[in-house]
Write a protein that binds this ligand. Structure first.
Ligand code: NAD
Length: 226
């Protein structure tokens, strides 16, 4: 018996990295999937891989910080598959930041909207659907940076710590109604996000000292390890 046989799952940020790896794992475990991302072409590549694994899959290309994207994805999932059992709220951004005195209002708002508000929007829309089915599971991607941060990641750190609070509140509110809400806090994972960060810092050599401080292993892990 596969662990998600017959379950219906929504995965955000599915075109790349941890979201892509999770979509493939969920497909192997028997889930039907709706995948969301901003990057249309890469999203369809993930969907093609998911279908090769024998899973049914729908895609929504859109911005998870916009209520209309969330509405489209959840209503499509309910219409096509009959409901929602699992949500992996994972899409996120980590711009090369500056210390707080240099962060603009727009930079702050964008990171908080994509990383945190998107999860509020998704949970608010999907919880009533989960309650109709007697429960469900929500997994929110936080980060090691919510616990151990570095200078210069103001908005990212705040957004990832905010996810922990949101997750706890949902977990205690809906525990008795069968909805589990958990956050994961990955360390450093080998994805496009970190390749972009390394390029901005001037190469992988500049990133490794930061990784070493936060991850005793001293190297990034794969999305599969994650
Ligand atoms: P990634 O850049 O490889 O993938 C992120 C995906 O999210 C991309 O496909 C991107 O297009 C999508 N996305 C970004 N903004 C979006 C939006 N507004 N609407 C829809 N899709 C959007 O990054 P990743 O490393 O796989 O990161 C996934 C999550 O894991 C993020 O929340 C990130 O903060 C978190 N995280 C990553 C690491 C790491 O080391 N890679 C560590 C801790 C936490």
């Amino acid at each position: 018996m596969r662990r998600l046989e017959g379950k219906i799952a929504v995965v955000t940020g599915a075109a790349s990295g941890i979201g892509r790896g999770t979509a493939l794992l969920f497909a192997e475990e028997g889930a039907k999937l709706t995948l969301i991302d901003l990057q249309a072409e890469k999203l369809e590549e993930t969907a093609a891989e998911v279908r090769k694994l024998g899973a049914e899959c729908r895609t929504v290309c859109g911005d998870v910080s916009k209520p209309e994207t969330i509405e489209e994805a959840v209503s499509l999932t309910v219409r096509e598959f009959g409901g929602v059992d699992v949500v992996f709220n994972n899409a996120g951004i980590m711009p090369s930041e500056k210390i707080i005195v240099d962060v603009t209002d727009d930079e702050w708002d964008r990171v908080l909207d994509v990383n945190l508000k998107s999860m509020f929007l998704m949970c608010r829309r999907v919880i009533p659907e989960m309650l109709k089915r007697g429960g469900g599971s929500i997994i929110n991607t936080s980060s090691v940076m919510a616990h151990l941060t570095e200078p210069g990641y103001t908005a990212y750190t705040a957004s990832k710590a905010g996810i922990l609070g949101l997750t706890r509140e949902i977990a205690v509110t809906y525990a008795e109604q069968g909805i589990r809400c958990n956050a994961i806090a990955p360390g450093w994972v080998d994805t496009e996000m970190n390749r972009r960060l390394a390029a901005d810092l001037g190469g992988m050599d500049k990133l490794y000292p930061i990784i070493k401080k936060q991850q005793p292993l001293g190297r990034m892990i794969s999305t599969r390890d994650c």
